[in-house]
Write a protein that binds this ligand. Structure first.
Ligand SMILES: [Zn+2]
Ligand SMILES: [Zn+2]
Length: 244
């Protein structure tokens, strides 16, 4: 209850006071023009499958040796300041209005390379996490992007049935084990559809993979792509750093 009140109070303050830039703290906008100009967009050459920067076009060394339930992952930008701060505020500080500027990065990425998807699905939170936070940041992004693209958003298609530890600090193998079988899909309406998964950040891609597996095996989706706002350079877990 106290958390709810605190969230409500923060929301009310946003209405009373002009917004502060989530990147640099300057008053006047949610994410100011100079911070936006500092966002490092991920442009080719990128790995055809996972979207990470590579020095030569094609598949990165990780994707060359790994099978995937995803058709491809694209990240709009590098997970670095000032975008890192903006995503932190968006996710953990109840700055829900940042869905607008962050989704516009997704929209630009889509325009650079459209996906043949006909429905957007946000990566779900576990019910308990959703109650604590009060909102699913991925769902806010998906709704904004869906409005911009004129595509439907299906929010109840995938459920996160098992609570998982936060992925931060886990190795790639631990991340995969942590989310394996965490997601389930019982939505028959996705059969044969092209699905685009939406999330804020992707590190190893383990969460997106687990979601995509449920969508393909249980939901019988024809294809599953993923689009995220940001992705770090490397995997920070002993995998080769792919920075060219
Ligand atoms: Zn700023
Ligand atoms: Zn790759």
């Amino acid at each position: 209850m106290r958390e709810r009140l605190a969230q409500w109070a923060r929301g009310a303050l946003d209405l009373l006071y002009p917004p502060r830039c989530a990147g640099c703290g300057r008053l006047g906008s949610l994410f100011c023009a100079s911070c936006l100009a500092r966002v490092e967009l991920l442009r080719p050459p990128i790995c055809e499958h996972c979207g990470r920067p590579v020095s030569v076009a094609g598949l990165c060394s990780f994707c060359r040796h790994t099978s995937s339930a995803l058709d491809a992952i694209r990240a709009a930008a590098l997970f670095a300041e000032p975008l890192r701060s903006a995503i932190h505020h968006f996710k953990y500080e109840n700055r829900q209005a940042l869905a607008g500027p962050l989704a516009s990065l997704l929209h630009e990425c889509w325009q650079r390379q459209p996906f043949p998807a006909d429905v957007l699905i946000p990566v779900p939170l576990h019910e308990r996490r959703l109650r604590e936070r009060g909102y699913n940041q991925a769902a806010l992004l998906a709704r904004e992007l869906g409005r911009g693209l004129g595509l439907p958003v299906v929010e109840e298609a995938v459920r996160r049935e098992r609570e998982t530890r936060p992925q931060v600090g886990l190795t790639a193998t631990e991340r995969r084990q942590n989310v394996a079988d965490a997601f389930h899909c019982s939505n028959g309406a996705l059969r044969g559809r092209g699905v685009l998964l939406i999330d804020d950040v992707c590190t190893t891609g383990a969460t997106l993979e687990a979601c995509a597996t449920a969508l393909r095996q249980e939901g019988e989706a024809a294809s599953v792509w993923a689009l995220v706002v940001a992705r770090p350079w490397g995997l920070d877990d002993g995998q080769p750093n792919l920075k060219p």
